[in-house]
Design a binder for this molecule. Structure first.
Ligand SMILES: *Cc1c(COP(=O)(O)O)cnc(C)c1O
Length: 353
């Protein structure tokens, strides 16, 4: 492999003089802060919120560093993974010239972000078992392919991609390989976070939105080489993670035990729910899941979806997604949620007996 980050980054980004915030130019202790045009009198909330937040989120990164076993210099924080996705496009893909590859069915934001950034999207559909089509993938790549987006465990299919396949992509592609691990905490597979030293082209994304239970905070993580992290830091808005999110995330990071308990409960409920759905008469398949949701192939999927809505239960209709025809995606809920769902399904079968 012949990986050269200097050839990948956009010229305007390489030459960029990044914004230097007040907090960048002076970050030590002082008695009087008159450098950022803040309101020194305070705010309607607590005094703390009148000040700009740490642009580098060092306190969070230090705690994450201990939890993930990876140095803080390898961590980037975004306003959700969605910001990380957009920043990767803006850092590496020249609009109207470069292209990226996705492997559908997969997370919708890669495509939306490509379109927003006017970057050509090449699709290499997953095989019937929802694994990578390496031959087709190789054929789709050219000198302008900057990023391959992999999602493992994948959304909406729920399965992990074969690790050896992902390693093959990492070993043979001279562009950036993003592995989106939003659901990794529910998986039997281990994360790629520990493999950064072996792959200079690897970006691993994780999020506080799923296992951590903090979708409302909007906090996503990207792990990569220090040079890739430095590029993302140059492009990001200076204060992309707000003070409230930083404070709450710091608190949450002290509760790893509670999060691990929730993960175990959700995984157990998932594994219990799969055979329940498999035993339902019109269910054709429940796909294996390494995530906190299951994908179910069922007769009259759209009608089932609409019936559940009348019962006040909303799931995700994926019937119009290629390779997911007749499929519904169901998030694992509380014990009560899941029971209500199963009861409603039984009612559906009584009505349609
Ligand atoms: C839910 C999800 C995310 C999370 O995005 P955030 O912006 O961090 O909430 C990222 N990737 C995938 C595949 C997801 O399903």
């Amino acid at each position: 492999m012949n990986f050269d980050l200097n050839l990948l980054v956009r010229k305007n980004i390489a030459q960029l003089e990044p914004y230097s915030s007040a907090r960048d130019e002076f970050s030590g202790a002082a008695k009087v802060f008159l450098d950022a045009n803040e309101n020194s009198l305070g705010s309607p909330l607590t005094k703390w919120y009148n000040r700009y937040p740490d642009p580098h989120q060092l306190a969070i990164k230090q705690k994450l560093s201990a939890i993930k076993g990876i140095a803080a210099e390898h961590i980037f924080l975004g306003n959700g993974s969605d910001e990380c996705i957009d920043l990767l496009f803006r850092s590496f893909c020249e609009p109207g010239r470069d292209n990226v590859v996705i492997c559908p069915p997969t997370y919708g934001m890669y495509e939306v972000s490509a379109n927003i950034n006017d970057v050509e999207l090449r699709r290499v559909p997953l095989l019937d078992d929802f694994q990578l089509d390496l031959v087709h993938l190789e054929n789709q790549i050219d000198a302008h392919t900057k990023i391959i987006w992999l999602c493992s465990p994948n959304n909406p299919t729920g399965n992990s991609l074969n690790r050896v396949d992902m390693e093959t992509v990492l070993n043979n592609f001279n562009g950036i390989v993003v592995i989106d691990e939003a659901y990794i905490n529910f998986a039997r597979q281990k994360s790629f976070v520990q493999e950064l030293a072996d792959y200079p082209n690897l970006v691993v994304m994780q999020t506080f939105s799923k296992a951590w239970g903090l979708a409302g905070l909007r906090l996503g993580m990207a792990f990569a080489s220090t040079t890739i992290i430095q590029i993302l830091n140059r492009v990001k808005p200076p204060y992309n993670i707000n003070q409230a999110t930083q404070e709450l995330a710091l608190k949450a990071l002290d509760e790893l035990g509670m999060v691990n308990d929730m993960i175990k409960i959700l995984v157990d409920m998932r594994d219990a729910l799969i055979p329940v759905f498999e035993s339902m008469p019109s269910v054709e398949k429940v796909y294996p899941s390494d995530a906190n949701f299951i994908l179910v192939k069922i007769k009259d999927a759209r009608k089932v979806y609409e019936f559940l809505l009348t019962k006040g239960i909303v799931i995700r209709d994926r019937t119009k997604v290629k390779l997911c025809e007749d499929c519904l995606r169901i998030t694992i809920g509380t014990e009560q949620d899941n029971t209500q769902l199963i009861d409603a399904m039984q009612e559906w079968y009584q009505m349609n007996a």
